[in-house]
Design a protein around this ligand. Sequence first.
Ligand code: AMP
Length: 461
Amino acid sequence: MSFEALGLSSEVLKAVLEEGYETPTPIQQKAIPLVLTGKDVMASAQTGTGKTAGFTLPLLQKLSQTPRRSQGGGRKGSPPVRALILTPTRELAAQIAESVATYGKYLKFRSAVVFGGVSINPQISQLRKGVDILIATPGRLLDHAGQGTVDLSQLEVLVLDEADRMLDMGFIHDVKRVLALLPETEERQNLLFSATFSREIKQLAQRMLNDPQLVEVAPQNATADRIEQQVYRVDKARKRELLSKLIHDEQWQQVLVFTRTKHGANRLAEQLERDGLSAAAIHGNKSQGARTRALAGFKEGQIRVLVATDIAARGLDIDQLPNVVNFELPNVPEDYVHRIGRTARAGMSGKAVSLVCIDEDKLLRDIERLINRELPRVQIDGFEPDPSIKAEPIRQGRQGGGRNQRSGQGAGQGSGQGRGRGAQGRSGNSRSGATNAQPSGAQAANRSRRSRSRASSGRPA
Ligand code: AMP
């Protein structure tokens, strides 16, 4: 199937072709025609499946083809927003905003992105000018609503992205507060994307969707076939040594490593640096600026190892990431699927390695039960586990990366805790193909990522 067959307009098609996409991914094939009909959609799609374009392309087309419902200025002079894309993390918000600007470069619209951790004032100025598509994290959006600087009363389309993670991060009440600011469910089109459909997600769907069409592309909780997965048995105290050895011996150039806690991420990054590997940690306690810099350095190849907690890594869009390492297994088996989904994206293959000590046996069993297969074990000579070591309960760091905590990425999105300036405003305003004012280093990094991925996949630059 081609993109042309999906009913997309020439402006949207042109932008897609320029990105080098040749065929729509399965989620795009199913979701795009449905969204164009105006129906509500509930889609299960993991990150890396191309879901962002799955909702962005038809959304852009629909907005460009239908006149605004209301022309009048909203409260405090901010014209009403037409479409809202709600996401759990700042990184994801910035990345979606960038996709909106890219896919919509031949259309006439304004977009803006709002999230916490950066000054609210530039966001207010942008909203005052009028925004058709707003990408937001829930906390900061509610701050704007509280100050009357955003008007959602005429909203035409709502997209809730990564809904499962939104709930995991404790944003359910914020999401409900946002829903209360919108027109009635029947008066807007609603799209919900989630990697899994838990009971809570279904309850949320009942509240926010109107007779939704169900779209499922991959069997739930199945790990991508293209990912080569291995388990290395090793004692806890020797994990760092084994990791350094693997990176050196296997010559991994770009490795995303997961730890369970923020403290663990910092410590591991420092130790790897001492082993002579360029490494950086990325987690919710880092300023937005520090996170943006670390991510940009990683994408450009200056940082070889990025150590991340689950929450911080969620939504990172890194093309062709070859290696993911679970330095510690996640407490929740579903997070294993999310983690390894960072590799083998968009048709590429990848490798996911887990370093497992005796304390983690139960976690490993839970993961294998979830993905319904036994992971191959690898034993490296000299790293055999010491049989005299007994399993101990897994201790959580003070701000352990477990679920249902607001201490991670999302915390602080709400109230503009004044930390470093980061990717704020990255999508800028996009109007009739005018170049976006996208100043940050992350932008440049992204451009370089895109061109790298094109170069290596033979796409036109
Ligand atoms: P997503 O799941 O939306 O995070 O997308 C994952 C990656 O796939 C992004 O880097 C997109 O640029 C890329 N992508 C999306 N759609 C396509 C397509 N049809 N062909 C090739 N790459 C795509």
